[in-house]
Write a new protein. Structure first.
Lengths: 170, 425
């Protein structure tokens, strides 16, 4: 059984421990809630994929319609759009407060540590507060300058039902 | 006249609330009118329910709606399409809560009545208590009149209205042109974005025939494109037009070059599709086929708005569903080539995601704009919504004598004219 203490990084330089992963994901969450998107982009590997699927089930979702399927270029374009001041859904966007918890290590895959967690975003705009709950799977890799995201897949609880215009980054 | 008028003063008379160049705010805000619309419009005309590819083979189904009423679109084992009310004939429980799938039978979860996929009541548990005169033929799932044009499936509660093809009229030609984006393959639904906004359904209906907002609301989408593509989406500057097609339907051509996707196949392949063209050639497609697919992959240059609930919008189907007077659900159905190259369908999916859906570079800003209309309608309840833009027809336009500017509100006037006709019938 793992505990927060005995999974801290140490012996294995490649694998990422549970607490280290959680700490990274919390930091990423804070960056996103603050909408410091310029600080978010460097957290990614060059070939990282940010995926918000509609269909529930495994696979890389490349041949399915998704809510988002962003490579580095699309992430950059998205951040530019959200921060441009010309997108009425993002200027202002809803305010968000998010929590991540229920972290579970999912082993190594293609040189990355797989971390599964629960994420709850509460958003507020114009007299309305709403919740977006999701299962999130991170593929995290260790770089010289710290941890980076090789894949982040966010499966909304209601991914295959209606959602609404989302003017921020889940 | 431009006098504010209280909707109550004219008794919420639909004949008064819609005029040639304006409609009353009550059309967005009155629950009473909304209930009337569900009855007088959505129960009295052809309502789009599905694309044929969503029920692709025998014994497949997809849930949908006619107005506020949940239905199941099914394809039976004889290949006939049915639209069935999703309600057990016994004590009303819904018989299907799966979005889409394959089955030969719907079993009511409450008392086990089972129905064939064509709606026929198949069996009733412990039937003998009903007595010997119980006739299963009296209790099929209620089946609506269903007709199809070029893959577009519509249903209606009315057995006595005109055939679908007559209802569509001149819109049929544009449906045929729209389906050319299959590039010789049948058009297939690839998936759908589903979202709601807090606003009346007609705000969305208007939007599909509103080029005026495009450069304003979608500036950040345009800014995300390369220079060539950005020019393609200069929707107000290419000599496009809007025309009334009758029965509330309208056409808005924004990119005249992309009206007929089987023309101009010799034009240079746009830079943004160079990789796709290369991939298709490597897969062994001949140059004619490559050019046909590449020209079709980005969709058409027009929106065909079909009253009351669907549009063939450039590269996708846009379907609206009224939920309440101030809430509407939208589906943006991505389409591709059934049996076509995977690489090309993948490009279509990525293009769709780029603009459409809850996190597209376009949709959230549209939805925000529509919600702002609803919020704004809370003040000045006696004021009018102006749809008077571009009333004059264009002189000498190649599309003919009856067309108006691409940014004209002609399509909205057409829809509201039909609204008035149906609401006062």
């Amino acid at each position: 059984m793992s505990t927060l203490t005995d999974t801290r990084p140490g012996n294995d330089t490649a694998a990422i421990g549970l607490f280290e992963a959680a700490e990274f994901i919390w930091r990423e969450g804070e960056i996103l809630d603050r909408q410091d998107y310029a600080d978010w982009l460097p957290l990614w590997t060059d070939d990282g994929l940010y995926v918000i699927p509609i269909e529930r089930g495994d696979g890389d979702h490349a041949d399915a319609l998704n809510i988002a399927y962003d490579d580095a270029e699309m992430r950059k374009a998205r951040v530019k759009r959200l921060k441009s001041g010309f997108s009425i859904s993002s200027a202002p966007s809803a305010r968000t407060v998010r929590s991540a918890s229920r972290f579970v290590l999912g082993g190594q895959q293609d040189g990355a540590t797989v971390v599964r967690c629960a994420q709850t975003i509460v958003e507020y705009k114009f007299e309305r507060t709403r919740t977006l709950a999701a299962d999130v799977v991170f593929h995290l890799v260790r770089r010289d300058d710290g941890i980076a995201i090789a894949r982040k897949e966010i499966l909304f609880l209601n991914s295959d039902d209606f959602v609404w215009g989302i003017g921020y980054l889940p | 006249m431009d006098m504010p008028i209280s909707a109550d003063d004219c008794g919420l008379d639909p004949g008064e609330l819609v005029q040639d160049d304006r409609v009353h705010t009550a059309l967005y805000t009155s629950e009473e009118l909304f209930d009337e619309e569900m009855d007088r419009i959505f129960k009295n005309t052809w309502v789009w329910v599905a694309h044929a590819s969503e029920v692709p083979t025998k014994n497949t189904f997809k849930k949908s709606w006619v107005g506020k009423q949940p239905v199941i679109v099914t394809r039976d084992k004889e290949d006939n399409v049915h639209v069935l009310l999703n309600r057990c004939r016994h004590r009303a429980a819904s018989v299907c809560e799966q979005k889409q799938g394959r089955t030969s039978v719907f079993v009511c979860p409450y008392h086990g009545w089972s129905y064939n996929i064509d709606g026929k009541l198949r069996s009733v548990p412990h039937a003998k208590v009903y007595g010997e005169d119980f006739d299963k033929d009296e209790f099929p799932l209620i089946s609506l009149r269903t007709e199809e044009y070029n893959g577009m499936i519509f249903a209606t509660f009315r057995d006595d209205i005109e055939p679908l093809v007559d209802f569509l009229g001149p819109a049929k030609k544009w449906i045929d042109l729209f389906m050319k984006q299959g590039a010789g393959y049948p058009v297939k639904a690839l998936g759908e974005h589903q979202f709601r906004f807090a606003g009346n359904w007609k705000i969305q209906l208007e939007n599909t025939t509103d080029a005026y907002h495009f450069p304003i609301v979608h500036k950040t989408f345009l800014d995300s494109l390369d220079a060539d593509t950005s020019n393609v989406f200069d929707v107000l500057g290419q000599g496009g037009w809007v025309e009334d097609l009758g029965n509330g339907h309208s056409l808005m051509v924004m990119i005249p070059d992309l009206v007929d996707l089987e023309e101009n196949l010799d034009a240079p392949i746009p830079e943004r599709f160079a990789d796709l063209a290369k991939a298709l050639r490597e897969e062994g497609y001949d140059e004619d086929k490559v050019r046909r697919i590449v020209r079709a992959v980005g969709g058409t240059g027009f929106n065909l708005n079909l009253f009351p609930n669907v549009a063939c919008s450039m590269a996708f189907f846009r379907v609206l569903r009224p939920v309440s007077v101030a809430e509407t659900e939208i589906r943006h159905i991505a389409i591709g080539m059934d049996g076509g190259p995977e690489a090309a369908n993948r490009v279509r999916l990525r293009l769709h995601e780029h603009f459409q859906g809850p996190m597209g570079f376009g949709t959230p800003d549209d939805a925000e704009g529509w919600e702002r209309v609803q919020r704004g309608s809370a003040s000045g309840e006696d004021l009018w919504i102006m749809v008077n833009r571009g009333k004059d027809t264009l002189d000498g336009h190649p599309a003919g004598p009856d067309v108006t500017d691409v940014s004209a509100e002609t399509g909205m006037r057409a829809a509201y004219g039909m609204w008035k006709r149906m609401m006062t019938a």
